[in-house]
Design a protein around this ligand. Structure first.
Ligand code: ADP
Ligand code: MG
Length: 352
């Protein structure tokens, strides 16, 4: 079948290819106050007196980002804020203000939206942030599009570029748990559909991974620890699409490579248990799972030593060559596949 020259499917460019295409069409920003536009976790612009605002938008759409059968409405409110706050934190900034645009289908009630707002309120209180506006429209699918504005000192903002050879590559918390939680929820949902009322989901043994998937916690605590120890990392990104993909982003934007050590990946016992349950590899969950909303950080080893134990786990080093490698538990050093979650199933990030 020949392709229509006036209708290029988005799968041909992929998510990242499309963003690059549109960025080229917009051209460079002319406003001198803008320090960073498209291409990082959030845009950055000066607001005066050495301070900046950082701005990010993330959208959650029913059936793509969440399944209403196992996503309580209050948690949806929490998650819609968390995924945005995570991008603000990844710039080493603090969240201040949020707006939300809601798309509401007929099957969603006033009470359900009130529950979403309970989650939003809890998150705003927890992160010291205020919801200051939004938009409300009818939609085919439930949609939550959130924008968060954060604030920072210009000199403390950390970008995806800036990593240098020799830096320690570290992560906060643990990785792969969110995917383990999702895998379990999807499986239990499948069983539920199959066996109807007779099926009893088992959640109690897996509370940690399920909670990590439904209500992720952005690592505001980690950037507070960095500030306290007077450590400013060279590069930072949050782990939304999967660790392997985020390593690619940092390396590509910093013009460097990396070598990871599989044995050093911090993986929770419950994540390993779930991977075992499905005869899958926990390292695969950790590298490609996504939605962990942990931070991936590159910083000199001397700076890493200034932080209290437990804030960061070193998972590798930044290297000069552009290749991204991983040392397997058997001691082999092999190329790390760059795939991560991409909407539209476009070409992998490593190819672009
Ligand atoms: P993240 O996973 O950190 O939210 P994304 O991969 O969604 O980052 O986005 C990468 C960059 O592309 C960000 O700077 C974001 O603002 C920008 N971006 C994404 N979609 C668009 C779009 N449609 N138009 C302009 N910029 C976009
Ligand atoms: Mg991000």
């Amino acid at each position: 079948m020949t392709q229509n020259p006036l209708f290029t499917p988005v799968s041909a460019t992929g998510e990242f290819g499309l963003i690059e295409l549109l960025t080229d069409e917009l051209g460079p920003p002319l406003d001198e106050d803008i320090l960073r536009t498209i291409g990082d976790d959030a845009a950055v612009y000066k607001i005066g007196e050495g301070r900046v605002h950082v701005v990010t938008t993330d959208v959650l759409i029913e059936s793509i980002h969440f399944d209403r059968t196992f996503m309580p409405m209050e948690y949806l409110g929490v998650k819609s804020m968390a995924v945005n706050v995570s991008d603000i934190v990844a710039m080493n900034a603090r969240p201040r203000f949020a707006t939300i645009a809601l798309g509401i289908p007929h099957s969603v009630s006033v009470e359900m939206i009130q529950d979403v707002y309970k989650g939003i309120k809890k998150s705003c209180d927890a992160y010291g942030m205020t919801l200051i506006g939004g938009d409300t429209v009818a939609a085919q699918k439930m949609t939550l599009s959130v924008t968060v504005i954060g604030e920072a000192e210009e000199s403390r903002v950390v970008y995806r570029h800036g990593a240098v050879a020799g830096d320690a590559l570290c992560v906060t918390g643990d990785v792969g748990a969110s995917y383990a939680g999702l895998r379990l929820l999807l499986e239990q949902n499948k069983q539920l559909q199959k066996s109807g009322n007779g099926f009893k989901p088992v959640f109690d043994d897996y509370k940690y991974v399920i909670q990590r998937h439904l209500t992720p916690t952005p690592r505001l605590s980690a950037i507070e620890a960095l500030k306290k120890a007077n450590v400013r990392p060279h590069a930072m990104i949050d782990i939304s699409d999967g660790l392997a993909s985020e390593v690619q982003h940092i390396c590509r934007q910093s013009h460097c490579g990396a070598t990871l050590t599989a044995e050093n990946l911090p993986i929770h016992e419950e994540t390993k248990k779930v991977a075992g349950l499905f005869s899958q590899d926990a390292d695969t969950y950790a590298l490609y799972g996504g939605e962990d909303y942990e931070l991936l950080i590159a910083l000199p080893e001397s700076e890493l030593k200034k932080l209290p134990k437990g804030v960061l786990t070193q998972i590798g080093v930044v290297t000069e060559e552009s290749s991204i490698m991983i040392e397997t538990p058997e001691g082999a050093v092999i190329p790390l596949q760059g795939k991560g979650y991409q909407h539209f199933g476009g070409p992998s990030d490593a190819d672009s």
